[in-house]
Structure formats: structure tokens, C-alpha cells
Design a protein around this ligand. Sequence first.
Ligand SMILES: [Mg+2]
Length: 258
Amino acid sequence: MYRLEMQDVPATGTGRLDGLEVRADACALFIDIDGTLLDMAPTPDAVQVPPGLVATLTDLSDTFGGAVALITGRRVADADRFFAPLKLAVSGVHGAEARNGRDGGTALLAGLVPDGLTAAVRDVAKARPGILVEDKGSGLAVHYRNAPEQRTALKLELGRALGPWKGFAVRTGRKVIDIVPKAHSKATGLAWLMTLPEFQGRRPIMIGDDHGDEPAIRAAERLGGIGLTVAGEHFTPERADFMTPASVRCWLASLCPP
Ligand SMILES: [Mg+2]
């Protein structure tokens, strides 16, 4: 079993964790993957799942009656690959796809990205070395981790390329620019998951590290819940509840019975 001692948890900035009661029979957990549950890596596929984390998440899901979900910009299939054999409830591609509860089927909540838009985005990327375009079905991710200096120009050009496709929006993340259906977000993903039987009536706790997690944090708050943040490029240590993904993992492990 993956365990850290509580003294390994760095001091938190906001005090939101102090005295926070997380009842396993009354709360639901929503956890972003990159930069929250897993440490950031140079490429999307290079992320490492620490030994024991799958066992901790399985234990956590059992403890919370299945009310533990991943909320990510990645595809549901990616989450499955990382955490196999565990299949948690997932909101993927910024709310555009979802797994219908633990071990449930995957629902596509938005249409596929039109070929013309994919081609236009690939054209923008082709002219810039080090840029990686990832096709996520209902969305596209343009990764610039290996060419961070291109961020501003890339965002501008992608905004222009998006012109004719009014149903899509550009969303910025950590070393990634996502092209996603405008009607979907991590907030709509969280709200969709909250309608599932395992989640209904529970108090949502959303944990995230990035700009794209903010709408989901606000959605959790609107539903009577709370958002917890991880320090990084988006949240400063002063604004964050956790300093690192390791401290998130440690806290999650502490919610499981000994
Ligand atoms: Mg993240």
C-alpha cells in the first residue's frame, strides 16, 4: 500500500485544509490528473504513476462508495492506461467525454473535431518545431512543452485558425493549448458526474492545479462543495492548499482507512 507519513505533507498556504471534514459517506472527490495527481513530465506520455498509487485510488473509491472521479483534459482511455486495471469515473477532454461511474461505459458528450479544423491546427503546428498536436477525438491539444518560447505566437495563430469554427474555444493549460468544444468544460464534466447515483447528494471536493480547473472549482462551490488547489505555474504557493502532487497523493491516502 502506498503511504506517506502526514509529517511529509508540506505546510499549506490557505488554511482551507485545516479542520476540513471529509466524510467518506457525504463527500465526492474530483481530482485533476496532470500537475495534481501526477507530476508534470516533458511530454504527455512521459508521466509516471508512482508505485502504490493505483492501490490508494482503489481503496479511496471503495471508501467513498465509488464517488471518486478524475477530471482531466486527457481522454478517458488515457486515464485507463495510466491507472490500469482501475477504471474510475472520469470526465475527459475538458468535459467532452465521460465514464459513467466506476467500471462504466464511456459516453461521448460532444461531436468529433471537424477534419477541416484539425487540418488548420496541424498547419499552424507544422511551421513550428517542437510543437506536438494530440488528437483527442472531441478536442485537440497543442503541446509546446519543448518550445515554451512559442506560446504567445502559437495562441494567437490558433485563435485565428479557429475563426470559422464558432463552436470551439482555445483554452490554455500548463504547456498546452487545448482546442475544445465551447459548450464543455471541466465544470460541465463535474456537473454531469454529480448526476450519477454514486455522486448524487454528496458534497463535491475538486482538486486542481490549473486555469482549466477553476471552472470546476466554482462548479463544486455552487453545489455546496469546495475547491482545493495545487501550487505550480497557475496557483502561487500562497494561494495553494498543496505544494506538490506528492502532497495531494499523501492527503488522499490519509482519507483511506488504516
Ligand atoms: Mg492539471
